[in-house]
Design a protein around this ligand. Structure first.
Ligand code: 5GP
Length: 191
């Protein structure tokens, strides 16, 4: 996706060989026009599969997930990271190790929003080692729903997430595939 590649080249900040900061358009300030184009592209790639729900994880997955939900005409559920007083019922939960925060936390979705037979598309901002995706897959399976695929805005292809997900048989569609961040330079694989 050319617009996304250009945005990463122009506004992405390489923090280390492992971490790319994109808070100018995705993780803090959000570029709505880019999010709309991202939603349209995911809808093009995953349209016609009978997907009836989108699942993401707060907070940075929400913008691309909502735009995809708008394009596919389906609701969007975000896994919550923090227990809330209003979440009083039984929850579907999974443990996730955060790549950026380097802490373990629990994410949760109410079973009222995810049911047996749902066909679910997972959307997230980044794919690194796949911990966030695996936690969402676990929650979706606890609900006896089906994972239709994963749509990732930025995949760091030098980390292990995609390989593990593909080994498990999941379809992964990434709009930007970063081959390397070495030397402060972003290089891409074809996506
Ligand atoms: P994973 O769970 O696949 O190891 O890492 C994915 C999660 O960690 C994403 O939800 C994202 O929030 C965060 N993450 C991983 N790598 C990066 C990165 O290079 N930059 C930013 N901003 N977030 C990242």
């Amino acid at each position: 996706m050319e617009a996304l590649h250009n945005k990463i080249r122009e506004e992405g900040i390489v923090l280390s060989d492992q971490v790319l900061k994109v808070d100018a358009f995705l993780n803090h300030q959000i570029d709505p026009a880019l999010m709309q184009a991202i939603g349209e592209e995911f809808a093009r790639r995953f349209g016609g599969l009978g997907i009836n729900k989108i699942v993401t994880i707060e907070a940075s997955g929400i913008a691309p997930a909502v735009m995809t939900g708008l394009c596919l005409g389906v609701p969007v559920i975000f896994a919550r990271k923090h227990a809330s007083l209003t979440l009083t019922e039984h929850l579907l939960t999974a443990s996730v190790y955060s790549f950026t925060k380097q802490t373990e936390s629990t994410v949760a979705i109410s079973p009222r929003h995810l049911q047996k037979g749902d066909k679910v598309l997972i959307i997230d901002d980044f794919l690194a080692n796949g911990r966030a995706s695996q936690a969402l897959i676990s929650i979706i399976h606890q609900a006896e729903a089906e994972v239709a695929g994963l749509g990732i805005v930025i995949e760091k292809s030098f980390q292990t997430g995609r390989a593990q997900l593909e080994e498990q048989g999941y379809r992964v569609e990434s709009l930007a595939r970063v081959a390397s961040l070495a030397g402060g330079e972003v290089s891409f694989l074809p996506s």
